[in-house]
Design a protein around this ligand. Sequence first.
Ligand code: ZN
Length: 277
Amino acid sequence: MATPRPELLSLNTATVREKWNLAQMIEGCARRGIRGISPWRDKLDALGVNQAARMIRAHDLTVTGLCRGGMFTAVDGAGRDAAIQDNLKAIDDAATIGAQCLVLVAGGLPAGSKDIAGAREQVRDGIAAILPAAKAAMVPLAIEPLHPMYAADRACVNTLQQALDLCDALGDGVGVALDVYHVWWDPKLRVQIARAGEEKRLFAYHICDWLVPTTDLLLDRGMMGDGVIDLPKIRGWVEAAGYAGFHEVEIFSAGNWWKRDPDEVLEVIKQRHAECT
Ligand code: ZN
């Protein structure tokens, strides 16, 4: 299959978050010819959303997502209301910077709870509550299924099938962010990617690699080519499903990539994107 087009490369800013602020990330992408960027909200708040929007426009970058909204589950109604308010703010910010979607990480079990079915209902209700505002702002909501190892503490939406079923229950304006780190192992991945394409719900594509062994379940993601994920195969499925958007590199790596010079990291990303994905 053809090598991926370099102009489809996007930087999820978590990849260089330890050494750069958002202004440096925007300038770094522009300097290195990376045309997409996906900021996290802590960095966006630090720079200021209007200033960030100006800089992103000035460098003609595409904002492939805003990370992240979600975290809808809570022990009580006040907690769930606070989450909804926070998500409404995120929708506003996503609109201001022209993000192609707001990425939603569902939230895990409320403290002290063992009711994962109930948590999943809270997630559905939370997304339903913000969906009208997202549609009005023309910000697509992208549910990101997370690997089941995070079901308790981060996200009780754990497979692409589950995320798409949730989308079906919610209607228009909501889709999925497909992150290979979370879904590569899923025996239903191919068929569910095809379904996502048919339902026009594939809003974002995140790439990295799964290292063997993995020494930290959150902060030891690999660079493309260093692990066991068949990235060209998954890209083929994604493209066959009609996805023609960006390939967003998202690497949490406390022990390796976060320690390196970000300019070097961006160069490695460009090379590996071309050779290994
Ligand atoms: Zn992701």
